[in-house]
Design a protein around this ligand. Structure first.
Ligand code: NI
Length: 192
């Protein structure tokens, strides 16, 4: 297993639509192993293949205290309800968190690491949030795309997907221009 570098906001691979996996073979399982190791190294709870520069529909999820697992070719089969997440983050946007709306209940169908069809339903928990977040990645969507005013992103001392640091005051006044915030986020990412 190999830890692969995380791609950051501004890298075009994060904006491309990932291709479906045609066969869940040893090469895909090796990719999954690398993704799980990379996710753990980065202290994340989810990682999509484009985040390590691979344009395939593969995600891994690792909820705290639970065995990590992979979803190949995941599709959101159904979602219902809305809730506001107050501090979502992304390994590809290190050092920031933001509030956005997610579904309460999410059902995803996919293949597992052995190519078997599986279906996962999560409700009102971190997994439900992560399922939508990671499937978004496969469609070139980042969580910040769901936040109308990027000036409201919180800057953190830590970098993790989950709470690795306390919010701190922005060093400069938050801009209402979305593009300014994106550039600041990218600049921060580039230092890591
Ligand atoms: Ni992410």
């Amino acid at each position: 297993m190999t830890v692969r570098p995380i791609r950051y906001l501004g890298d075009p691979v994060l904006r491309r639509t990932a291709r479906p996996v045609e066969a869940v073979n040893d090469a895909i399982r090796a990719l999954i192993d690398d993704m799980i190791e990379s996710m753990h190294e980065a202290q994340g709870v989810g990682l999509a293949a484009p985040q390590i520069g691979v344009g395939l529909q593969v995600v891994v999820l690792g909820m705290p205290e639970e065995e990590p697992f992979a979803l190949v070719n995941p599709r959101v089969k159904s979602r219902s309800g809305t809730r506001v997440m107050d501090a979502e983050g992304c390994l590809s946007v290190p050092g920031y968190r933001g509030a956005l709306q997610r579904s309460v209940k999410v059902t995803v169908e996919a293949l597992d690491a052995h190519g078997r069809k599986i279906e996962i339903t999560a409700e009102d928990d971190l997994l439900a949030e992560a399922l939508e977040h990671e499937v978004d990645h496969l469609n070139g969507i980042l969580y910040v795309d769901h936040i109308p005013d990027l000036g409201k992103l919180q800057k953190l001392r830590g970098t993790g997907w989950v709470d690795e640091g306390e919010p701190e005051e922005a060093e400069e006044p938050a801009s209402s221009e979305a593009t300014d915030t994106r550039e600041r986020a990218t600049g921060t990412a580039g230092k890591r």
